[in-house]
Design a protein around this ligand. Sequence first.
Ligand code: RIB
Length: 300
Amino acid sequence: MRQTRVVVVGSANMDLVGTGPTLPRPGETVLGSDFVTVPGGKGANQAIAAVRAGASCAFLGAIGSDAFGVTLRARITAAGVDTGQLRVVYGASGVALVMVNAVGENAILVTPGANTAFTGLTGGELDAVREADVLVAQLEIPVETVTAAALAAREAGTRVILNAAPARQVPAELLAAVDLLVVNEPEAHALTGRGWDEPRALLELVPRAVLTLGGAGAWYGDRDGADVHVPAVEVDVVDTTAAGDAFTAALAVAWGEGREVLDAVRWAAAAGAACVRRLGASVALPRRDEIDALYTPPAG
Ligand code: RIB
């Protein structure tokens, strides 16, 4: 089996993660317990997750000229991701303030910093997109950049997976270039204006879609008639941060390897479950053997 070539176009953040019994309400101070600083950002997480899941992966994005940027580049590169075209821009790197409560739920505030300067894809960056099997993108960078990458991918026959996170509206031009959309409930609502019980509304926008449902699993549907609930994999939850990133990356890797898309969704669900067992975005992203251990092929 040939190794899937993934290119991720997205954000890199330094995650400052604090754990405590509850998430503070506005105006409230809560005494917490642990603190860790780990590389994160949906783009960098998905790039690292793709490598751990078995792909080769290039990451296209921007870090700042600060100390966080130095650490981000070192850690993403050390994870085996090709960072040869990762940009450094003057100023602060993206930072995410992540709070995690006792049942693993989180609240995240992102200050995007250098991610906002990731515009105007170069010829080399566009070539990397064209040469990949799968483009994976999210929405923590300017949407014009995501659109340019998706259009280049579509023209070259590179599959396009858009994880439309965080929730925001997406231009029709971008949606028209998407092969497979991955969203959670608020993200789906931002795109369709409909509730979680109407996931097929996503198929008015894209040909295939996954709606992740946290502890309730995921839904997969496509324009060929698939309308399937994929059950959650039961694990002890420590931190749900980056579960969607592990899911999206595993989906890209498995689909790129030629697995049926529904089987790839099942494997991705195992990846998401494997991720929530550890604290800290990039630290928690699972290896391929950890995903395999939680994956159950469909009966028959
Ligand atoms: O998806 C999780 C990520 O969202 C975190 O790593 C944080 O940086 C935010 O971008």
